[in-house]
Design a protein around this ligand. Structure first.
Ligand SMILES: *[C@@H]1O[C@H](CO)[C@@H](O)[C@H](O)[C@H]1NC(C)=O
Ligand SMILES: *[C@@H]1O[C@H](CO)[C@@H](O)[C@H](O)[C@H]1NC(C)=O
Ligand SMILES: *[C@@H]1O[C@H](CO)[C@@H](O)[C@H](O)[C@H]1NC(C)=O
Ligand SMILES: *[C@@H]1O[C@H](CO)[C@@H](O)[C@H](O)[C@H]1NC(C)=O
Ligand SMILES: *[C@@H]1O[C@H](CO)[C@@H](O)[C@H](O)[C@H]1NC(C)=O
Ligand SMILES: *[C@@H]1O[C@H](CO)[C@@H](O)[C@H](O)[C@H]1NC(C)=O
Length: 420
C-alpha cells in the first residue's frame, strides 16, 4: 500500500522531535560514531589504521560486485589485494571492545502484514548497496544478543534462489540466503525489498550492538544485483521526494529520508550531476584548493559517509602537503603528519560553484607526540592500496561534516550546502 499523498503536506521540517516519522519522510537520529580523535584531541592511531583497512576492503568488495554486475571496471580501476590489519593492532582493538567506525541508526524496522515487527539497529553506508540482517537460525555466538529475521513468521517473506556472500571489511565472510519482504525504515516502506538474512556476523560487528548493514548507494555495486532499499522505495513512490540528506555533527547528527531538512543548511543547495553507473554516489568536475591555490581539478569524487579519511591521487596529495612546512609521510600509520605549530591549511573542494572549505578541526585527525604533531585527514590512494583508481577522490565524513549533503535520485545528483 502506498502512502496517502494528502499526508505529505505534513512532511515539513520541524524543530527537533527526536525521531520524527511522517508519511514519506523522516529524520533518523544518528549516533556519533567512534572517532579517530580521542576526547583529549590526540589521534587514535589504532583506529586510524583499522579504518583504513576497512575502507580498502569495503571498496575492494564493491569493485568485485561492480565487475560481476557490469562486466568491467572504469579505466584505471583495479582490484587490489585484501588489506590486513596488523595483528598487534587487532589485538589492542579487541581488548578495547570498540564500536565500528560507521554511521549508525536506530530506525530500521521490519514488518509483515500481521504487523509483527522487528526493530533492527543498522549501520548506514552511502558507500555500499546491500541490506543484510541476522537470520533467526544464525548460530554464531555474535548473533545471540541480536534482533534476527525469522522468515517463517512473515507472511510476505519470499526466499530467493541465490545466496549472498561477501568479504567484509575485516576479511571475514558474511553470507546467507536472500529474501524479499516488506521493509520499513523509519516509517517509509518498500515492498518486495531484496535483502540477505545472514548466518554469520563479521568480527568487526561482534563488539557492537548493531544488527546489520543498510547500504544507500546504487545497484551496480550490490552483491545481490538488487535494488537497494532507497531505490525500491523511490520506484514505489514511497518518499515525499526521492532524496536523502546527511547532517553530520558532533551531536544531533541525522539522516533525512525522503526530504531535505532546511533547518540544517543556509543558502541554497548546489547540485552536481551524479553518474550511478559505477554504483557509487559519484560526481565529476571536482577541484581542491589550499588557500587560493588550486592543487588539482577536473576529478571525479565519490562521497562515502562510511569513511572519515579522504583519499586522493598521490601527485595531488603530495603537492598539497608540500604547501605545509615540515609535513612528512608516516608509512606505519599511512598518514601525513605536520607540525601543529603550522596553521592548519585552509583546504576546500569545489565543483565549479561555491568553494566548500574544511575547518581546521575536520582537516586535523588528531595530535601525536604530546600535541606537537598533527595528522592530516587527506591520504593517497596509492599508499593506502585503495582500488578506486583513475582521477577519482573518495570524500569521507571529514569533508561531509562541513556541509549538509543531499543525495537525490530525483535529480540524479549530489548536492552540498553550507551549514545553518
Ligand atoms: C521462527 O518462527 C517460527 C514460527 O513462530 C518458530 O516455530 C521457530 O522456532 C522460529 N525459529 C527460530 C530459529 O527462532
Ligand atoms: C581473506 O579471506 C579469504 C577467505 O577466507 C582467504 O582465502 C584469504 O587468504 C584472506 N586474506 C587475507 C589477507 O587474510
Ligand atoms: C511483490 O511480490 C509479489 C509476489 O511476487 C507480487 O504479487 C506483488 O505484485 C509484488 N508487489 C510489488 C509492489 O512489487
Ligand atoms: C558476492 O561477492 C562474492 C565475493 O566476491 C562472490 O563470490 C559472489 O559470487 C557475489 N555474489 C553475486 C550474486 O554476485
Ligand atoms: C610513524 O609513527 C609510528 C607510530 O607513532 C612511530 O612509531 C614511527 O616511528 C613513525 N615513523 C616515522 C618514520 O616517523
Ligand atoms: C611527552 O611528555 C611526557 C611528559 O612530559 C614526556 O615524558 C615524553 O617524553 C613526551 N613525549 C614526546 C614524544 O615528546
Amino acid at each position: 500500500m502506498l502512502p496517502n499523498a494528502s499526508l505529505f503536506t505534513f512532511c515539513l521540517p520541524t524543530a527537533a522531535t527526536p525521531l520524527e516519522q511522517q508519511q514519506g519522510c523522516s529524520s533518523i537520529p544518528l549516533r556519533k560514531r567512534a572517532s579517530l580523535t580521542k576526547p583529549d584531541g590526540t589521534l587514535d592511531i589504532d583506529q586510524a589504521i583499522a579504518q583504513n583497512v576497512a575502507t580498502i576492503n569495503k571498496h575492494r568488495q564493491n569493485l568485485l560486485n561492480l565487475q560481476r554486475n557490469t562486466g568491467s571496471l572504469p579505466q584505471g580501476w583495479e582490484i587490489k589485494p585484501v588489506a590486513v590489519l596488523p595483528s598487534n593492532v587487532e589485538a589492542r582493538l579487541n581488548k578495547r571492545h570498540i564500536e565500528p567506525l560507521t554511521e549508525e541508526s536506530d530506525g530500521l524496522l521490519w514488518a509483515d502484514q500481521s504487523r509483527l515487527e522487528y526493530l533492527i539497529h543498522g549501520i548506514l553506508s552511502a558507500g555500499s548497496s546491500d541490506l543484510w540482517v541476522p537470520l533467526s537460525s544464525c548460530t554464531d555466538p555474535a548473533c545471540d544478543s541480536r534482533q534476527k529475521y525469522n522468515a517463517s513468521q512473515s507472511s510476505t517473506s519470499a526466499k530467493q534462489y541465490s545466496t549472498f556472500s561477501l568479504q567484509y571489511a575485516d576479511n571475514s565472510t558474511v553470507s546467507g540466503p536472500i529474501y524479499k519482504d516488506t521493509v520499513t525504515v523509519a516509517g517509509v516502506t518498500a515492498i518486495n525489498q531484496t535483502f540477505s538474512a545472514v548466518t554469520a556476523l563479521p568480527a568487526t560487528l561482534a563488539n557492537s550492538n548493531r544488527d546489520g548493514m543498510f547500504g544507500l548507494a546504487f545497484p551496480a555495486i550490490s552483491n545481490m544485483s538488487a535494488d537497494p532499499f532507497f531505490v525500491t522505495a523511490a520506484s514505489q513512490g514511497a518518499f515525499r521526494t526521492n532524496e536523502f540528506g546527511f547532517y553530520l555533527a558532533p551531536s544531533g547528527s541525522e539522516l533525512d529520508l525522503g526530504r531535505v531538512n532546511s533547518n540544517r543548511y543556509s543558502g541554497s543547495i548546489e547540485y552536481q550531476n551524479a553518474d550511478p553507473s559505477t554504483g557509487f554516489w559519484q560526481i565529476t568536475g571536482g577541484s581542491i584548493s589550499i588557500g587560493d591555490t588550486v592543487v588539482a581539478s577536473g576529478f571525479g569524487t565519490i562521497i562515502d559517509s562510511g569513511s572519515t579519511i579522504i583519499y586522493g591521487p598521490q601527485a595531488a596529495v603530495e603537492q598539497l602537503y608540500s604547501n605545509i612546512p615540515g609535513a612528512t609521510y608516516n608509512s606505519t600509520m599511512k598518514l601525513y603528519l605536520f607540525p601543529c605549530s603550522e596553521n592548519v591549511p585552509q583546504v576546500s573542494f569545489s565543483w565549479g560553484g561555491s568553494a566548500f572549505a574544511m575547518s581546521a578541526e575536520t582537516f586535523n585527525l588528531g595530535t601525536i607526540d604530546n600535541g606537537s604533531t598533527c595528522a592530516g585527514t587527506l591520504v593517497t590512494k596509492e599508499s593506502a592500496g585503495l582500488s578506486l583508481g583513475g582521477d577519482v577522490w573518495l570524500l569521507g565524513d571529514s569533508f561531509m561534516r562541513n556541509v549538509y549533503s543531499v543525495f537525490s535520485i530525483e535529480k540524479n545528483a549530489v548536492g552540498f550546502a553550507n551549514l545553518a
